[in-house]
Design a binder for this molecule. Structure first.
Ligand SMILES: [Zn+2]
Length: 1007
């Protein structure tokens, strides 16, 4: 199944289908292949045959059922107990593994406290061979149970396990099992035995991120429900009248016009019921979908190898009916394509149903898939194709998906990409992600192929040194890497292997692998063995390095001389690469070079081409394409094309981006400023990054602006993930027709997270500042440059629920030294952005010999004229409070009081402050107001009769969070009241233009 969940809205999300099958005749053709020579002698496989009678109560959204399971112990072991999955219980309370995973991935939501979202399975009464047996739920995991037969099961024994059961179907907005009104998605719904294989039992809780592992066997399922439901299910329908009804419906649907497909309400359920029987062999799951509104399309596909004919079904509602009318062709094309390249489709029929899925774009089950809402015909085709691919890589080859998700998702995604690229060779990225050609031209991306998006997503992770090995189990991945490593990088990796081996050798190998291992549980080593045996090539670079590590690929062309080109491996991955001679888009030669470390001269054919390029087709996971080419002539043969682009366009990893944004600015001293912001792209991290914003100021007819250049180092497998060395310079106007200047240079070290599932980040930084003396600037004197040093440590937990951060700082100037700690914690309420923010700050001067007081700690948020390091963006930095509007601007820091006390109170040698800000639960969406309370204790008070060193203020703030916020202290302690004057003089605001910074925009991956 496929569940690409990152970037949820734009990028495809596939759910895994469980297919349904009609099992096939061709099982007989292949014989019982389950004992295959590719397996070691110890291979065995249990067999489990299910008989289920189930009836749907669509008034109460419940299933009443009885199940009989024949468990055949084919293992050489005596079994004393059996694990069963009771997956509907994943929805039963907020402490199940599913609930915990959803909490981590999505933050606090309604989850299962809400009755309609709750689902469960009960009324269980397990018997073995007709006698009640002891069984119990696994503590803390109510979706797994342990069954103890009275007598042990010897090798070769078979037993009959039976139980009634009742399922409360949750509202289908959480994961894969559910109903939306009277539309039913019945998956992972019945008591189901866990897998027992050579490595023992594999009980696993139901999860949203992470799929399944199940035993093969047969299903015989009777579904009773109101007679006007249309059902799509795993297996083959056994009822002739129902089959005739579906045929009739299919011929009607084929003739429907648009006007026949309007309205999405549910017809009343028929009082009569019907019982539909489905039988399936060689499957490891059974899912069914029921809706009274389904339109039906029916087709057939003749399989290329056996000539066998299979039936294909499409079932859809009026939601997106215009797109779905064409879906039968997508289904038939994809089945034919996969059958040709992998081997014949394994079952007798295939059904795709449309449903209001919420767990992703699509989900596979044996012989049947379910697809949610899609954005376009292209994505419908893509999702359907992906889910169909799982009939091979999941249904027929029954991998342990939880343990090795790259096998089912990676192989399926690779085949899907191959199919889509062949079917839509000219598809451009803008068509799917931008929509309008005019906009695409404006952004200069009208020629960028659709596949580039996938490369960009992966590159962003790779260049941030945040990749994880493809081989990992599902639960070890960060949520973003589950999408990027499993669907995206594994897809690229298998297609890279195919390009290297050539289509025919790759296809022949996969064919043989499929044929030998059909209806078994292949281990990753089986795939490796198939490839190594068939290709007789050293594929360690693929199976060990590319799949098993995060080694990076970075070949570099050093020089060209006499039909030889010198290539250096700047990365860690020594894998094969393609070198080409090209002119524009025309390719003159292509040559695969086996991987190497260090440098190597490579012979190249002569010809009339303009440049030599490594991997012009973006087939390999090259991390840095800017050093991949050399021109045969010219002054700067290695220079790369520069692509000027406006705004934040999509970057082309093969070109040097120069983004420009016309920019305007205003400060009191500079007046209106016009200029440009230049940068080399924000989305893809680069070794060298810059942002330069020069302005011409019309007020003082001078130059102003800001510039930053940084150099990033991302060491391989070190405890430091990224080191950034940066240099910044700033100049803006100051009173008296002067300018202030600031230079900052420093190093930031970001530490690697051992557990990528955790969003904890740690960073240390050291910075040197040289800035104009603020006191002299304000006196309108010629200002000296003062030096300061800052050392910081930051620990941040960026999770969605109860995030927190701790920041420690040591700062020193010529005449002072100070240290402080700031702790921020959010107690999350209901919903992701709602909660109580707590801020604790403590600071002390270690030394203070300065005549200028403002180096010490401020009780209130600093105004611009107190920022001796010129932090923040203040349009009127030197304004005196409360002279004008901008003089009320402050930065929330240090003591954190809002009322402007610093002038009258002076600065403190020591202070501690505690602040609380809360959203207003439930109504916050409509009323953007938050109450706050600030408390502060300093070392001196006022010394004017109101000398309490304890300060208090409470009020409300309103605004656009994190950008513009206005603070209104309504109640203040007497010492504040005595100096702050009238109430209106306490109102101040913050303006955080910095909140648009790149780090916040792309904070998700922990940049
Ligand atoms: Zn999938």
């Amino acid at each position: 199944m496929m569940e690409e969940c990152w970037f949820k809205n734009k990028i495809k999300i596939y759910l895994v289908p469980k297919y349904h099958f009609r099992q096939m005749i061709f099982i007989c053709l292949f014989g019982l292949v389950s004992v295959s020579p590719a397996f070691p002698q110890t291979y065995f496989q249990q067999k489990i045959n299910y008989k289920i009678d189930v009836s749907l109560d669509d008034n109460h959204h419940e299933l009443h059922a009885f199940e009989t399971v024949e468990y055949i112990n084919n293992s050489p072991d005596t079994l004393h107990f059996i694990w069963f999955h009771l997956w509907p219980n994943a929805y039963s309370n907020n402490n199940t593994p599913l609930a915990k995973q959803l909490l981590r991935l999505n933050g606090k939501q309604r989850l299962f406290s809400d009755l309609e979202l709750r689902g469960f399975i009960d009324s269980l009464h397990f018997e073995i061979n007709g006698k009640p047996v002891r069984w119990n739920l696994l503590p803390g995991q109510p979706d797994i149970c342990h069954i103890f037969p009275d007598a042990p099961m010897n090798p070769g024994d078979s037993i009959i396990i039976s139980t009634p059961f009742h399922v409360k179907i949750p509202k289908g907005v959480t994961s894969r099992l559910g109903h939306i009104g009277e539309s039913y998605q019945i998956s992972q719904w019945y008591p189901k035995a866990a897998v027992y294989d050579q490595s023992g039992w594999h009980p696993m809780p139901y999860l949203d991120q992470g799929e399944f592992y199940s035993e093969f066997g047969s299903f015989d399922v009777n579904i009773t429900l109101p007679a006007n439901y249309i059902v799509g299910a795993t297996g083959n329908l056994q009822n002739q009248p129902e089959a005739e009804m579906l045929d009739k419906l299919a011929s009607d649907t084929a003739w429907y016009k648009k006007t026949d497909m309007e309205g999405t309400s549910f017809p009343t359920s028929s009082k009569q019921t019907k019982t539909l029987r489905y039988k399936a062999n060689h499957v490891h799951d059974f899912a069914w979908f029921a809706d009274k509104r389904f339109h039906v399309l029916k087709g057939k596909v003749k399989l290329p190898e056996s000539g066998r004919e299979i039936t294909t079904w499409v079932m859809f509602t009026n939601d997106q009916a215009e797109l779905w009318k064409d879906a039968l062709q997508y289904v038939n094309d994809a089945i034919l394509f996969f059958s040709k390249h992998i081997g014949d489709y394994p079952y007798e029929s295939y059904t795709v149903v449309q449903s209001a899925l919420s767990a992703g774009l699509g989900m596979e089950y044996p012989g049947i898939s379910v697809i949610g809402m899609v954005e376009s015909a292209y994505s419908l085709d893509e999702v359907i194709t992906h889910e169909i691919g799982h009939n091979w890589f999941y249904s027929a080859l029954g991998f342990n998906e939880r343990q090795y998700p790259y096998l089912d998702e990676g192989l399926t995604s690779a085949c899907t990409t191959r199919y889509m690229n062949k079917k839509y060779p000219d598809k451009k990225l803008w068509e799917v992600y931008v929509g309008k050609i005019k906009m695409a031209r404006f952004l200069h991306i009208e020629k960028m192929p659709i596949q580039r998006m996938q490369e960009l997503e992966r590159l962003a992770q790779a260049r941030n040194n945040l990749e994880q090995p493809i081989k990992l189990p599902a639960t070890d991945f960060s949520d973003i890497n589950y999408g990027i490593m499993i669907y995206n990088k594994a897809d690229m990796a298998f297609n890279y292997l195919r390009a290297y081996l050539g289509d025919s050798l790759f296809d022949a190998t996969i064919h043989e692998y499929y044929r030998k291992l059909i209806f078994t549980h292949p281990h990753p080593n089986d795939l490796r063995k198939s490839f190594e045996t068939r290709t007789v090539k050293d594929l360690n670079w693929f199976f060990d390095d590319l799949m098993g590590t995060v080694k990076r690929m970075d070949y570099k062309i050093v020089e060209l001389e006499n039909q030889q080109v010198l290539v250096k491996n700047d990365g860690e991955l020594a894998s094969p690469f393609l070198i080409s001679g090209i002119t524009g888009d025309s390719v003159f030669f292509e040559k695969w070079i086996d991987g190497f470390e260090g440098k190597k001269w490579i012979e190249i054919p002569s010809g009339n081409y303009a440049e030599i390029k490594i991997d012009p087709g973006h087939i390999t996971p090259e991390i840095n394409r800017l050093n991949n080419n050399i021109k045969k002539t010219g002054l700067f043969p290695k220079s790369d094309p520069v692509r000027p682009q406006i705004f934040f366009s999509v970057e082309d990893p093969g070109k040097r981006s120069l983004m420009y944004i016309p920019a305007a600015n205003w400060t009191r001293e500079n007046g209106f400023m016009a200029g440009v912001a230049l940068h080399n792209g924000f989305f893809l991290p680069k070794r060298i990054e810059y942002l330069v914003m020069p302005f011409y100021a019309f007020g003082n007819n001078d130059l102003a602006g800001f510039g930053r250049v940084s150099y990033n180092i991302t060491p391989f497998e070190k405890f430091i993930r990224k080191a950034t060395i940066s240099f910044e310079a700033t100049q803006y106007g100051a009173p008296g027709n002067q300018n202030y200047q600031k230079i900052k240079t420093g190093v930031d070290l970001y530490f690697k997270n051992k557990n990528m599932n955790s969003s904890l980040t740690q960073k240390v930084s050291g910075d040197y500042f040289a800035v104009s003396d603020l006191y002299q600037i304000e006196q309108e004197q010629a200002a000296a440059m003062n030096s300061f040093l800052q050392f910081g440590y930051q620990l941040e937990q960026r999770r969605l629920i109860n995030p927190f951060s701790v920041q420690a700082l040591l700062e020193t100037g010529k005449s002072y030294r100070k240290t402080s700690v700031e702790f921020n914690y959010k107690v999350s309420y209901y919903g992701q952005n709602e909660g109580l923010d707590i801020r604790l700050f403590a600071g002390t001067m270690l030394k203070n010999k300065s005549d200028i007081p403002f180096y010490a700690f401020s009780a209130s948020g600093r105004s611009g004229r107190e920022q001796y390091l010129y932090q923040g963006s203040y349009p009127d930095r030197f304004a005196t409070f409360p002279d004008n509007f901008f003089s009320r601007q402050m930065t929330l820091s240090e003591g954190g009081l809002v009322s402007a006390l610093n002038d009258s109170l002076g600065y403190s040698r020591r202070l501690v402050s505690l602040s609380f800000t809360s959203t207003l639960p439930k109504i916050n969406k409509w009323v953007p107001v938050k109450p706050f309370v600030n408390l502060l204790l300093n070392d001196h008070g006022f010394g004017n009769g109101f000398d309490s060193p304890l300060f208090f203020e409470a009020g409300i703030k309103a605004g656009f969070w994190n950008l513009f916020e206005i603070y209104i202290p309504l109640v203040v302690s007497r010492n504040i009241d005595s100096v702050s004057g009238p109430f209106k003089n306490r109102i101040r605001f913050i303006l955080s233009l910095d909140s648009f910074s790149k780090e916040k925009l792309f904070s998700k991956g922990g940049i």
